[in-house]
Each structure stands twice: as C-alpha cells, then as structure tokens.
Design a protein around this ligand. Structure first.
Ligand code: MN
Length: 348
C-alpha cells in the first residue's frame, strides 16, 4: 500500500484496476464468476472476468465526480479456475442440446433430458457458490459486485440481499427482457434471470428495465401483467428523444420509478453493439457509453442507495479487446458511483 502510486503504470496483481486493497480491507468486493453455459448464440462470457481484469490495469484511476477516486477500497475475490473449467466442460453439453433443439429434435429424448438436468444441477451449485461468498462479504459489511459471466450468475447475490432489505428495486440495463420461464430447457438460463428474480425473490418492489429491444411476445405479456415491471424500451426511449425530450428528463423518469434501495444489473449488450461486438447476443440500437454512465450518475445523485450490482455478458476476443476495455471502465464507474451514492459524496 505504501508503495502504491495511483498515477503510475498499473501493475497486474490479480486485482481489478491493479489496486492494492485486499478483500479484508475493501469497502467494495468484486466477485468474478467465469461462467458461460446457457448462452444461446456467441460464447465467450466465461473469459469476461479475466479479460476485464487484464483491461482494467489500463483504466486511469480518476473520476470527475469524486476526489481521489483511487482511494475507494475496491477488492477482488480471486478468479476461481474450477468454475471456469466446469463451465467449458458443461458448455459442450449445452451446445449439443441447443443444436438438437434448433434442428427440431425431440426435447424429451433421454440423452437431451439428462444433459439438461446436469446443466441445471450445476447452475444451482454455481448459484449456491455465489450466494455463499456474497453472504460472507455482506456479513463483513462490504458492498458486493458480481463480474460475469453470463447473465444468470448474480441470482445468488440478489437472494442474499433480499434477506437484508425489506424491499428493493432492480435497475436492469439490457437489450433483452430476460423474462423467459426457462429457455432451451435451462432453468437458470441467461434469458431467464429476471423471471427467476421476480419468482424466487419475494421482496422485489420494482424491476425497471432500460434499453430493451429484443424480446418475445410472451415476455411482453408477462411484463404487462406484472405491476412490478416498468419497461423503458429502446424504441420508446429513442422516439422520446427524436420528439425533443432530452436524456436528462428520461433518466429522471427512469430513476423516479425506483425505490430507495437499488440493485443494478448491467448486461453490456444494453449498450450499442459498437461497444461490445463480442457479447453473446448483440442487438443494434442501445445506449451510448455516456448515456449509460449519466443514468448511473443520476441514480447516485438521487439520494438512493446502491445495495449491489453486477456487470455481465462481457466477452473477449483475442483480436479485439474493445468489449473488455469498455467493460473495465463501466465496472469502475459502477464502483465509483456506488461509493458516491452510499456515502452522499456527489459533487454538485
Ligand atoms: Mn442481454
């Protein structure tokens, strides 16, 4: 710590942003979850935590909204190689299942049912792992951020938080509604995370979805019928802006729907695919980086508390590291703004 120079070259030390803080002394602990089993299109999110780690050493530790951002004690739970290798192994099973279903195969075929069951059991174990470590850090008074991995991975953290807050809201930034009741047979599918959150976590007061532009008829019906869901879809947001409403007004509308305690779930594909070309299911449209960070700053300034967050579906490609580069900066903003929100530090 004494030798740490926030203006120097980031030296890889196994911690996000090459910061010197241990998990014991940290205020915010980032738990990487290198898991990508149920992704339905491009794979690669299991490498996200490592790719973000590497890109994060290049992030300058300065933020316009706070003095001495580098002093925010962000710690890193070590990347678990066992989870990564299990994910790679199960991905083969999942690809077999997905190919079978895409080719119109019988979903009740014995070998398919068996593979789906194996994946569902492993996903439940993964959720328990996330829950166990989240609980441990929350018990020690830390804020927890999950670094995915596919979007199914934060469920364990959200469940632990539900035991600590009488009620809370989720700000969900994503191209997808993620309201499918299981997808391709997988209970803990990346496409089902918000369905599972709403069904398995009782005290969710509000789910505010932003940037949604790819969803099924069933998901839309589900969203219409559940009073807890407020969707700011991408088309409605851009139409409002084309008709002269500005992003500040829209951000206020979005944040005003949220209760006092807010969990942020950020799927990087909520951003324009120019910023995340390697993500599992990229969709045209979406938020710019500045729109996204302005929305998060508006949340931080609103006096609400950020009780936890995740960043997911960041995938890497050996030749293009843009996704991880964007992901690392977004992760830094999530940490800085959480610190600002929870300590009432916003500069006016
Ligand atoms: Mn998505």
């Amino acid at each position: 710590m004494n030798s740490f120079d926030p203006n120097g070259i980031g030296q890889p030390n196994g911690r996000y942003f090459a910061l010197p803080y241990t998990v014991e002394e940290a205020e915010i602990v980032l738990i990487p979850v290198p898991w990508d089993v149920t992704t339905s299109y491009h794979t690669g999110a299991s490498r996200g935590p490592q790719a973000i780690l590497e890109a994060s050493t290049q992030v300058d530790l300065f933020d316009f909204s706070i003095e001495n951002a580098w002093q925010i004690k962000i710690g890193t739970h070590p990347i678990n190689e066992g989870i990564y290798s299990r994910s790679i192994e199960l991905r083969n099973d999942a690809e077999h299942v997905i190919r079978h279903l895409e080719e119109g195969g019988d979903p009740d075929e014995k070998v398919i049912v068996k593979r789906i069951q194996r994946i569902n059991e492993a996903s439940a174990e993964l959720n328990d792992w996330v829950r166990f470590h989240s609980l441990d850090y929350l018990d020690k008074g830390k804020l927890v951020g999950i670094v995915g991995g596919e979007h199914s991975v934060p469920l364990g953290l959200i469940k632990v938080l539900s035991g600590r807050y009488a009620n809370f809201g989720v700000l969900h930034i994503d191209a997808h509604a993620d309201l499918r009741e299981a997808y391709e047979g997988f209970t803990h599918s990346h496409a089902s995370i918000m369905y599972n959150v709403l069904h398995e976590v009782e005290n969710i007061e509000r789910l505010v979805q932003v940037g949604i532009r790819d969803l099924s008829q069933d998901e839309m019906c589900f969203a219409d019928q559940d009073d807890r869901i407020v969707m700011f879809n991408d088309e409605a947001l851009s139409e409002a802006m084309f008709s002269g409403k500005n992003w500040q007004q829209l951000c206020n509308d979005i944040i005003n729907k949220l209760p006092e305690n807010v969990y942020v779930s950020f799927d990087i594909d909520g951003l324009s695919p120019d910023l995340c070309p390697n993500t599992g299911t990229p969709v045209p449209g979406g938020l710019s980086f500045q729109q996204a960070t302005y929305l998060l700053r508006t949340l931080a300034k609103s006096g609400r508390r950020i009780i936890g967050f995740d960043l997911n579906e960041v995938a890497s490609n050996e030749n293009i590291d843009l996704d991880a580069n964007v992901g690392a900066r977004l992760l830094y903003k999530l940490c800085c703004y959480s610190h600002i929100a929870n300590n009432n530090l916003i500069k006016t």
